[in-house]
Design a binder for this molecule. Structure first.
Ligand code: SF4
Ligand code: SF4
Length: 119
């Protein structure tokens, strides 16, 4: 068991398991992306495809192909910005939710990294 940090907050390894989501529940059926104010735009030139954003996104909004991040599904992205916070290379920028910015990032518009470059 790892040592307790000097602060009063426990390490994540010391926290007992709580509620565990074992499947996406209703996420696939519910469009959670209709009340956001910002959308994530990914600089795929800098993305290292570490998938940390994919793991931490609360709405499973990232599209993956061939083990590479390729786009965001804005039907589900609620614009929380967690992905931009956790990205280790800071290649996700949260920008205002506009038609132009949606076009840039949304998998449903056919944009994002091409499946060719995702290989
Ligand atoms: S802003 Fe990022 S983390 Fe939040 S829902 Fe959208 S893709 Fe997921
Ligand atoms: S966290 Fe950043 S670098 Fe990692 S896959 Fe997501 S966008 Fe790419």
């Amino acid at each position: 068991m790892p040592e307790q940090q000097s602060s009063e907050r426990p390490l994540w390894q010391q926290i007992q398991p709580g509620g565990i989501g074992v499947n996406p529940g209703s996420t696939e059926r519910v469009q959670t992306g209709d009340w956001r104010t910002e959308v994530p735009v990914i600089d795929f030139e800098r993305c290292t495809h570490c998938m940390i954003c994919w793991v931490d996104c609360p709405d499973a909004s990232f599209e993956v192909a061939n083990a590479k991040l390729i786009a965001v599904d804005l039907k589900h992205c609620k614009g929380c910005g967690i992905c931009a916070q956790v990205c280790p290379v800071k290649c996700i920028e949260m920008v205002p939710d506009s038609a132009e910015n949606r076009e840039t990032t949304d998998v449903n518009s056919g944009n994002g990294a091409s499946s060719e470059s995702a290989r």
